[in-house]
Design a binder for this molecule. Structure first.
Ligand code: CP3
Length: 318
Protein backbone atom coordinates (compact mmCIF):
# COMPACT_ATOMS: atom_id res chain seq x y z
CA UNK A 1 0.00 0.00 0.00
CA UNK A 2 0.95 3.62 -0.28
CA UNK A 3 1.52 3.28 3.36
CA UNK A 4 2.92 5.04 6.32
CA UNK A 5 5.30 7.45 4.71
CA UNK A 6 2.94 10.10 3.53
CA UNK A 7 1.46 10.70 6.99
CA UNK A 8 4.89 11.43 8.47
CA UNK A 9 6.29 14.96 8.81
CA UNK A 10 9.78 13.65 8.04
CA UNK A 11 8.47 12.33 4.70
CA UNK A 12 6.74 15.59 3.85
CA UNK A 13 9.94 17.47 4.63
CA UNK A 14 11.79 15.44 1.99
CA UNK A 15 8.95 15.80 -0.52
CA UNK A 16 9.08 19.58 -0.12
CA UNK A 17 12.47 19.58 -1.78
CA UNK A 18 12.19 16.53 -4.07
CA UNK A 19 9.47 15.23 -6.40
CA UNK A 20 8.31 11.61 -6.27
CA UNK A 21 10.55 10.66 -9.18
CA UNK A 22 13.50 12.56 -7.73
CA UNK A 23 13.16 10.54 -4.54
CA UNK A 24 12.82 7.28 -6.49
CA UNK A 25 15.88 7.94 -8.64
CA UNK A 26 18.12 8.74 -5.69
CA UNK A 27 19.02 5.53 -3.82
CA UNK A 28 19.98 7.40 -0.63
CA UNK A 29 16.67 9.31 -0.55
CA UNK A 30 14.72 6.15 -1.41
CA UNK A 31 16.46 4.39 1.45
CA UNK A 32 15.67 7.21 3.85
CA UNK A 33 11.93 7.42 3.08
CA UNK A 34 11.59 3.62 3.06
CA UNK A 35 13.12 3.45 6.53
CA UNK A 36 11.07 6.30 8.02
CA UNK A 37 7.92 4.27 8.83
CA UNK A 38 10.02 1.36 10.07
CA UNK A 39 11.87 3.61 12.52
CA UNK A 40 8.87 5.56 13.67
CA UNK A 41 6.29 2.75 13.87
CA UNK A 42 8.24 -0.46 14.40
CA UNK A 43 6.42 -2.34 11.63
CA UNK A 44 7.63 -5.88 10.84
CA UNK A 45 8.57 -5.18 7.23
CA UNK A 46 9.57 -2.31 5.00
CA UNK A 47 8.07 -1.66 1.57
CA UNK A 48 10.36 -0.17 -1.03
CA UNK A 49 9.56 3.44 -1.83
CA UNK A 50 8.62 3.49 -5.52
CA UNK A 51 5.38 3.54 -7.49
CA UNK A 52 3.52 1.17 -9.80
CA UNK A 53 4.26 3.49 -12.74
CA UNK A 54 8.02 3.73 -12.04
CA UNK A 55 8.95 0.99 -14.57
CA UNK A 56 6.94 2.79 -17.28
CA UNK A 57 8.75 6.05 -16.58
CA UNK A 58 12.01 4.10 -16.78
CA UNK A 59 11.27 2.94 -20.34
CA UNK A 60 10.48 6.50 -21.39
CA UNK A 61 6.70 6.62 -21.11
CA UNK A 62 5.48 10.17 -20.44
CA UNK A 63 3.98 9.86 -16.94
CA UNK A 64 3.80 12.21 -14.02
CA UNK A 65 2.57 11.54 -10.46
CA UNK A 66 0.39 14.48 -9.53
CA UNK A 67 -0.01 15.17 -5.81
CA UNK A 68 -3.52 14.37 -4.62
CA UNK A 69 -4.37 12.88 -8.02
CA UNK A 70 -2.05 10.01 -8.91
CA UNK A 71 -0.39 8.90 -12.16
CA UNK A 72 -1.22 10.97 -15.26
CA UNK A 73 -0.07 9.98 -18.77
CA UNK A 74 0.83 12.38 -21.60
CA UNK A 75 -0.25 9.95 -24.32
CA UNK A 76 -2.78 7.32 -23.28
CA UNK A 77 -2.44 3.88 -24.89
CA UNK A 78 -5.56 2.98 -26.85
CA UNK A 79 -4.41 1.41 -30.14
CA UNK A 80 -1.88 -1.16 -31.34
CA UNK A 81 0.26 1.75 -32.56
CA UNK A 82 0.17 3.36 -29.10
CA UNK A 83 1.43 0.10 -27.67
CA UNK A 84 4.81 0.81 -29.28
CA UNK A 85 5.42 3.17 -26.33
CA UNK A 86 5.90 0.05 -24.22
CA UNK A 87 9.25 -1.59 -24.86
CA UNK A 88 10.85 -4.35 -22.79
CA UNK A 89 12.20 -3.27 -19.42
CA UNK A 90 15.84 -4.03 -18.75
CA UNK A 91 15.74 -3.20 -15.05
CA UNK A 92 19.52 -3.04 -14.54
CA UNK A 93 20.00 -0.63 -17.43
CA UNK A 94 16.73 1.32 -17.28
CA UNK A 95 16.36 1.77 -13.53
CA UNK A 96 19.70 0.92 -11.86
CA UNK A 97 18.72 3.07 -8.85
CA UNK A 98 16.18 0.43 -7.79
CA UNK A 99 18.71 -2.36 -7.22
CA UNK A 100 21.07 0.16 -5.63
CA UNK A 101 18.37 1.26 -3.18
CA UNK A 102 17.42 -2.33 -2.41
CA UNK A 103 21.03 -3.19 -1.60
CA UNK A 104 21.39 -0.17 0.68
CA UNK A 105 18.11 -1.00 2.39
CA UNK A 106 18.87 -4.66 2.96
CA UNK A 107 22.13 -3.66 4.64
CA UNK A 108 20.34 -1.14 6.88
CA UNK A 109 17.33 -3.29 7.71
CA UNK A 110 19.22 -6.31 9.07
CA UNK A 111 16.59 -8.90 10.06
CA UNK A 112 13.61 -6.79 8.92
CA UNK A 113 12.37 -7.99 5.53
CA UNK A 114 12.08 -5.64 2.57
CA UNK A 115 9.02 -6.09 0.34
CA UNK A 116 9.46 -5.28 -3.32
CA UNK A 117 6.45 -4.53 -5.48
CA UNK A 118 4.96 -3.84 -8.88
CA UNK A 119 1.58 -3.05 -10.38
CA UNK A 120 -0.60 -5.81 -11.78
CA UNK A 121 -1.35 -5.53 -15.51
CA UNK A 122 -5.00 -4.53 -15.11
CA UNK A 123 -4.42 -1.67 -12.69
CA UNK A 124 -1.49 -0.27 -14.67
CA UNK A 125 -3.47 -0.69 -17.92
CA UNK A 126 -6.37 1.22 -16.39
CA UNK A 127 -4.13 4.27 -15.85
CA UNK A 128 -2.57 3.91 -19.29
CA UNK A 129 -5.85 3.58 -21.15
CA UNK A 130 -7.75 6.24 -19.22
CA UNK A 131 -4.73 8.56 -19.12
CA UNK A 132 -5.05 8.91 -15.34
CA UNK A 133 -7.17 7.86 -12.37
CA UNK A 134 -10.74 6.87 -13.15
CA UNK A 135 -13.97 6.13 -11.38
CA UNK A 136 -15.78 4.05 -13.98
CA UNK A 137 -12.93 2.61 -16.11
CA UNK A 138 -15.19 3.12 -19.11
CA UNK A 139 -12.49 3.23 -21.79
CA UNK A 140 -10.61 0.37 -20.18
CA UNK A 141 -13.62 -1.92 -20.08
CA UNK A 142 -14.65 -0.93 -23.60
CA UNK A 143 -11.20 -1.69 -24.98
CA UNK A 144 -11.08 -4.99 -23.11
CA UNK A 145 -14.25 -6.16 -24.81
CA UNK A 146 -13.97 -4.58 -28.26
CA UNK A 147 -10.28 -5.27 -28.90
CA UNK A 148 -9.40 -8.48 -27.10
CA UNK A 149 -6.18 -9.01 -29.06
CA UNK A 150 -4.89 -5.51 -28.29
CA UNK A 151 -6.00 -5.93 -24.67
CA UNK A 152 -4.16 -9.23 -24.29
CA UNK A 153 -1.04 -7.83 -25.94
CA UNK A 154 -1.12 -4.80 -23.65
CA UNK A 155 -1.63 -6.81 -20.48
CA UNK A 156 1.03 -9.36 -21.36
CA UNK A 157 3.49 -6.55 -22.13
CA UNK A 158 2.71 -4.88 -18.80
CA UNK A 159 3.06 -8.23 -17.03
CA UNK A 160 6.52 -8.70 -18.51
CA UNK A 161 7.53 -5.17 -17.45
CA UNK A 162 6.33 -5.74 -13.87
CA UNK A 163 7.98 -9.17 -13.80
CA UNK A 164 11.33 -7.73 -14.91
CA UNK A 165 11.09 -5.08 -12.21
CA UNK A 166 10.16 -7.60 -9.51
CA UNK A 167 12.92 -10.01 -10.47
CA UNK A 168 15.48 -7.22 -10.23
CA UNK A 169 14.20 -6.25 -6.77
CA UNK A 170 14.40 -9.83 -5.49
CA UNK A 171 17.81 -10.48 -7.04
CA UNK A 172 19.07 -7.30 -5.34
CA UNK A 173 17.81 -8.61 -1.98
CA UNK A 174 14.07 -8.01 -1.46
CA UNK A 175 12.71 -10.93 0.57
CA UNK A 176 9.05 -10.85 -0.50
CA UNK A 177 7.06 -9.18 -3.26
CA UNK A 178 3.61 -7.66 -3.53
CA UNK A 179 1.65 -7.25 -6.75
CA UNK A 180 -0.92 -4.45 -6.59
CA UNK A 181 -4.10 -4.91 -8.57
CA UNK A 182 -5.70 -2.08 -6.63
CA UNK A 183 -8.60 -1.49 -9.01
CA UNK A 184 -9.40 -5.08 -10.12
CA UNK A 185 -12.45 -4.95 -7.86
CA UNK A 186 -14.25 -2.99 -10.56
CA UNK A 187 -14.50 -6.22 -12.61
CA UNK A 188 -16.92 -9.12 -12.34
CA UNK A 189 -15.34 -12.44 -11.43
CA UNK A 190 -16.01 -13.75 -14.94
CA UNK A 191 -14.34 -10.78 -16.61
CA UNK A 192 -11.44 -10.92 -14.18
CA UNK A 193 -10.90 -14.60 -14.89
CA UNK A 194 -11.11 -14.22 -18.65
CA UNK A 195 -9.46 -10.87 -19.34
CA UNK A 196 -7.03 -10.35 -16.48
CA UNK A 197 -6.01 -13.47 -14.59
CA UNK A 198 -3.88 -15.06 -17.35
CA UNK A 199 -1.61 -12.00 -17.60
CA UNK A 200 -1.29 -11.61 -13.84
CA UNK A 201 -0.42 -15.30 -13.62
CA UNK A 202 2.58 -14.68 -15.89
CA UNK A 203 4.03 -12.51 -13.12
CA UNK A 204 3.55 -15.00 -10.31
CA UNK A 205 4.79 -17.93 -12.40
CA UNK A 206 7.79 -15.94 -13.52
CA UNK A 207 8.88 -15.58 -9.90
CA UNK A 208 8.62 -19.22 -8.83
CA UNK A 209 12.35 -19.95 -9.23
CA UNK A 210 13.24 -17.04 -6.93
CA UNK A 211 11.39 -18.70 -4.07
CA UNK A 212 10.08 -15.61 -2.23
CA UNK A 213 6.59 -15.17 -0.74
CA UNK A 214 4.27 -13.49 -3.25
CA UNK A 215 1.42 -11.24 -2.08
CA UNK A 216 -1.49 -10.23 -4.34
CA UNK A 217 -3.60 -7.24 -3.30
CA UNK A 218 -6.65 -5.38 -4.54
CA UNK A 219 -9.48 -3.21 -3.22
CA UNK A 220 -13.14 -4.22 -3.35
CA UNK A 221 -12.12 -7.73 -4.44
CA UNK A 222 -14.47 -9.74 -2.22
CA UNK A 223 -15.83 -11.57 -5.26
CA UNK A 224 -12.33 -12.15 -6.69
CA UNK A 225 -10.43 -13.50 -3.69
CA UNK A 226 -10.43 -17.12 -4.82
CA UNK A 227 -9.30 -16.18 -8.33
CA UNK A 228 -6.60 -13.88 -7.00
CA UNK A 229 -5.17 -16.84 -5.14
CA UNK A 230 -5.45 -19.03 -8.23
CA UNK A 231 -3.47 -16.42 -10.17
CA UNK A 232 -0.51 -17.75 -8.21
CA UNK A 233 -0.05 -15.78 -5.00
CA UNK A 234 0.99 -17.24 -1.64
CA UNK A 235 -0.82 -14.46 0.23
CA UNK A 236 -4.01 -12.65 -0.78
CA UNK A 237 -4.56 -9.13 0.54
CA UNK A 238 -8.10 -8.19 1.59
CA UNK A 239 -9.70 -4.82 2.14
CA UNK A 240 -12.12 -4.15 5.02
CA UNK A 241 -15.31 -5.13 3.19
CA UNK A 242 -15.01 -8.87 3.83
CA UNK A 243 -14.24 -10.10 7.37
CA UNK A 244 -10.85 -11.77 7.46
CA UNK A 245 -12.25 -15.18 8.51
CA UNK A 246 -14.65 -15.13 5.58
CA UNK A 247 -11.81 -13.97 3.31
CA UNK A 248 -9.78 -16.96 4.42
CA UNK A 249 -12.62 -19.29 3.44
CA UNK A 250 -12.92 -17.61 0.05
CA UNK A 251 -9.19 -17.74 -0.63
CA UNK A 252 -9.10 -21.42 0.32
CA UNK A 253 -6.60 -23.71 1.99
CA UNK A 254 -2.87 -23.41 1.57
CA UNK A 255 -2.67 -19.63 1.26
CA UNK A 256 -2.28 -16.83 3.78
CA UNK A 257 -4.39 -13.68 4.00
CA UNK A 258 -3.34 -10.10 4.67
CA UNK A 259 -5.46 -7.32 6.10
CA UNK A 260 -7.83 -5.83 6.87
CA UNK A 261 -8.48 -2.84 9.11
CA UNK A 262 -10.26 0.03 7.34
CA UNK A 263 -7.59 2.76 7.06
CA UNK A 264 -10.24 5.47 7.36
CA UNK A 265 -10.83 4.38 10.96
CA UNK A 266 -7.29 5.50 11.76
CA UNK A 267 -8.48 9.08 11.21
CA UNK A 268 -11.06 8.63 13.98
CA UNK A 269 -8.51 8.15 16.73
CA UNK A 270 -7.43 5.41 19.06
CA UNK A 271 -10.79 4.84 20.76
CA UNK A 272 -12.16 3.75 17.39
CA UNK A 273 -9.04 1.94 16.16
CA UNK A 274 -8.47 -0.25 19.20
CA UNK A 275 -11.74 -2.22 19.20
CA UNK A 276 -11.73 -2.43 15.39
CA UNK A 277 -8.19 -3.83 15.39
CA UNK A 278 -9.13 -6.34 18.08
CA UNK A 279 -12.05 -7.46 15.91
CA UNK A 280 -9.71 -8.16 13.02
CA UNK A 281 -7.34 -10.09 15.27
CA UNK A 282 -10.22 -12.10 16.75
CA UNK A 283 -11.63 -12.90 13.32
CA UNK A 284 -8.20 -14.01 12.12
CA UNK A 285 -7.88 -16.34 15.11
CA UNK A 286 -4.76 -18.19 16.17
CA UNK A 287 -4.23 -20.22 13.02
CA UNK A 288 -1.06 -19.32 11.11
CA UNK A 289 -1.25 -17.49 7.82
CA UNK A 290 -2.49 -14.02 8.70
CA UNK A 291 -0.50 -10.83 8.11
CA UNK A 292 -2.15 -7.98 10.00
CA UNK A 293 -2.38 -4.90 7.80
CA UNK A 294 -4.66 -2.09 6.82
CA UNK A 295 -7.15 -2.91 4.08
CA UNK A 296 -5.63 -0.15 1.91
CA UNK A 297 -3.07 2.63 2.24
CA UNK A 298 -2.68 5.05 5.14
CA UNK A 299 -4.44 8.35 4.49
CA UNK A 300 -2.18 11.38 4.58
CA UNK A 301 -3.97 13.06 7.55
CA UNK A 302 -3.53 10.05 9.83
CA UNK A 303 -1.89 10.76 13.19
CA UNK A 304 1.34 8.72 13.27
CA UNK A 305 0.83 8.11 17.01
CA UNK A 306 -2.36 6.19 16.23
CA UNK A 307 -0.39 4.02 13.82
CA UNK A 308 2.33 3.46 16.39
CA UNK A 309 -0.23 2.34 18.98
CA UNK A 310 -1.81 0.03 16.40
CA UNK A 311 1.52 -1.64 15.66
CA UNK A 312 2.14 -2.05 19.39
CA UNK A 313 -1.32 -3.52 19.95
CA UNK A 314 -0.82 -6.09 17.18
CA UNK A 315 2.59 -7.01 18.55
CA UNK A 316 1.34 -7.49 22.10
CA UNK A 317 -1.70 -9.48 20.93
CA UNK A 318 0.25 -11.89 18.76
O1 CP3 B 1 3.78 4.22 0.62
C1 CP3 B 1 4.92 3.90 0.41
O2 CP3 B 1 5.89 4.55 0.79
C2 CP3 B 1 5.19 2.67 -0.40
C3 CP3 B 1 5.53 2.95 -1.76
C4 CP3 B 1 4.36 3.05 -2.72
C5 CP3 B 1 3.95 4.25 -3.40
N1 CP3 B 1 3.00 3.89 -4.31
C6 CP3 B 1 4.47 5.61 -3.22
C7 CP3 B 1 3.50 6.72 -3.40
C8 CP3 B 1 3.57 2.01 -3.17
C9 CP3 B 1 3.57 0.56 -2.71
C10 CP3 B 1 2.72 2.55 -4.20
C11 CP3 B 1 1.81 1.72 -4.99
C12 CP3 B 1 0.75 2.38 -5.78
N2 CP3 B 1 0.82 3.54 -6.51
C13 CP3 B 1 -0.51 1.80 -5.99
C14 CP3 B 1 -0.96 0.47 -5.47
C15 CP3 B 1 -1.24 0.49 -4.02
C16 CP3 B 1 -2.47 1.23 -3.62
O3 CP3 B 1 -2.32 2.10 -2.77
O4 CP3 B 1 -3.54 0.94 -4.14
C17 CP3 B 1 -1.24 2.67 -6.81
C18 CP3 B 1 -2.66 2.48 -7.27
C19 CP3 B 1 -0.38 3.77 -7.15
C20 CP3 B 1 -0.68 4.93 -8.02
C21 CP3 B 1 -0.63 6.17 -7.21
N3 CP3 B 1 0.52 6.80 -6.82
C22 CP3 B 1 -1.73 6.89 -6.67
C23 CP3 B 1 -3.18 6.56 -6.89
C24 CP3 B 1 -1.19 7.95 -5.90
C25 CP3 B 1 -1.96 8.89 -5.01
C26 CP3 B 1 -1.99 10.29 -5.30
C27 CP3 B 1 -2.24 11.05 -3.98
O5 CP3 B 1 -1.49 11.98 -3.73
O6 CP3 B 1 -3.16 10.69 -3.24
C28 CP3 B 1 0.22 7.87 -6.03
C29 CP3 B 1 1.20 8.78 -5.39
C30 CP3 B 1 2.06 8.12 -4.35
N4 CP3 B 1 2.83 7.03 -4.55
C31 CP3 B 1 2.24 8.59 -3.02
C32 CP3 B 1 3.16 7.71 -2.42
C33 CP3 B 1 3.73 7.75 -1.03
C34 CP3 B 1 1.55 9.84 -2.41
C35 CP3 B 1 2.40 10.79 -1.69
C36 CP3 B 1 3.17 11.85 -2.43
O7 CP3 B 1 2.68 12.46 -3.40
O8 CP3 B 1 4.27 12.12 -1.94
Amino acid sequence: MRQAGRSLPEYRAIRERASMFEVMRDPALTTEVTLQPVRRLGVDAAILFSDIVAPLAAIGVDVDIKPGVGPVFGQPVRTMADLAQLRRLDADADMPWVAQAVRLLVAELGDIPLIGFAGAPFTVASYLVEGGPSREYARTKALMRTEPALWRAMLDTLADISLASLRAQVIAGASAIQVFDSWAGTLSAADYEHYVLPSTRRIFEGLIDLNVPRIHFGVGTGELLRLMGIAGADVVGVDWRVPIDEARRRVGAGKAVQGNLDPVLCLAGWDVVEPAAREVLAAAGDAPGHIFNLGHGVLPDTDPDTLKRLVDLVHTSA
